[in-house]
Ligand binder design. Structure first.
Ligand code: ATP
Ligand code: MG
Ligand code: FE
Length: 334
């Protein structure tokens, strides 16, 4: 049984052999956060408390299992909102303790990457492009269970930028999927900046692009000019996708890998999926299934499967770690 509660989705899943989904219940809180234009941590925690036991029951019923059928309990313990994480961690600890099952602590980003395991087995070395609401990074995985960030955003995450420009277009949170749809009906006419595209590193920056977008819209408002919103969306999306693809290609040149994995909430973006499909020729591209790009417990179960093989368990002292990095996995190895 796996738990995910790092942000605004309460999710419980039952996974078999790390790649078969028996159930994956996701209770989203989007409607509660919409009116605030983003996730309100306190509201998120309260929803998790209300939802988590219901999700456990639904997940077991849908998978048609009892506690006797379970082999381990896995949970996201970071990174994320501390109050939100704590609900999942506490629930997982309670189930593990009550039923005498090992408790597997999972890094949320390792979880996002592991969603690829539902498409096909991950082969190492692999490189993952993780694009989500809070992260944009290139993660090298020399071997199973090893993660090394070779590049990351210096300011906003790609998903965050999507949500912010979407707000300027009058869209509600989360705006990413709608901007994606609008982009499909527009053209790249604004030629927004491609920050750091030619820099000699694997880092990203999206705050300049976001400002350029907002300035363009505000300037047009001031002079009473009407801009084509689909073209604005398409221009923004092209700028984001161009740098993501360029930096990934550059990384693949230096690090020849067996697979390139695309994961995270923004990995659902059609423009990005198509662009990678068209430009990645040197290795196998494995895109996380669209339904498993956003936060869900199935991906946490897949990540936990690897940790379970290595007996990387935690005790009841396990705590939420809102700014968790990948080091824990490496340290535990030594
Ligand atoms: P993190 O995983 O970094 O902790 P998170 O869990 O909040 O952050 P995810 O749930 O992985 O983020 O992703 C949510 C983000 O994905 C939101 O910013 C949302 O707008 C964005 N997103 C979802 N679908 C699309 C899409 N089709 N195009 C662009 N962005 C999208
Ligand atoms: Mg979310
Ligand atoms: Fe996430």
């Amino acid at each position: 049984m796996s738990f995910e509660s790092s942000c605004d989705e309460t999710s419980v899943a039952i996974i078999e052999d790390g790649n078969k989904i028996l159930s994956n219940i996701v209770a989203t809180q989007i409607n509660s956060h919409k009116r605030f234009g983003g996730v309100v941590p306190e509201v998120a925690s309260r929803h998790h408390i209300e939802e988590i036991t219901i999700c456990i029951g639904d997940a077991m019923k849908k998978a048609n299992v009892t506690y006797d059928d379970l082999t381990a309990v896995a949970v996201t313990y970071g990174p994320g909102l501390v109050g939100a994480l704590l609900i999942g961690v506490t629930a997982a600890k309670a189930v593990a303790w009550a039923h005498n099952l090992p408790l597997i602590p999972v890094n949320h980003i390792a979880g996002h990457i592991s969603a690829a395991a539902f498409v096909k087995p991950i082969e190492y070395p692999a490189l993952a492009l993780v694009v989500s609401g809070g992260h944009t990074e290139l993660v090298l995985m020399p071997e199973e269970g090893e993660f090394k960030i070779i590049g990351e955003t210096r300011d906003d995450a790609a998903g965050e930028a999507y949500d912010k420009v979407g707000r300027v277009l009058g869209l509600s949170y989360p705006a990413g999927p709608v901007v994606d749809e609008m982009a499909a009906d527009g053209k790249d006419t604004f030629n927004f900046p491609r920050a750091m595209e030619k820099d000699d590193n694997y880092d990203f920056s999206f705050s300049g692009l976001k400002s350029a977008f907002i300035n363009t819209v505000h300037h047009a408002d001031q002079v009473n000019e009407t801009l084509d919103k689909n073209d604005l969306a398409a221009s923004f999306q092209s700028a984001v996708v161009d740098v993501l693809v360029d930096k990934t290609l550059k990384a693949l040149k230096e690090f020849p890998v067996k697979q390139l994995i695309l994961a995270g909430g923004v990995a659902a973006n059609k423009g990005l999926r198509n662009a990678l499909e068209n430009s990645i020729k040197q290795t196998e591209l494995v895109k996380a299934p669209i339904k498993l790009c956003g936060d869900n417990a199935a991906m946490i179960g897949a990540a936990a499967y690897v940790l379970n093989k290595k007996h990387k368990y935690a005790g009841t002292e396990l705590n939420a770690d809102p700014s968790l990095e990948f080091d824990w996995l490496e340290d535990a190895e030594k």
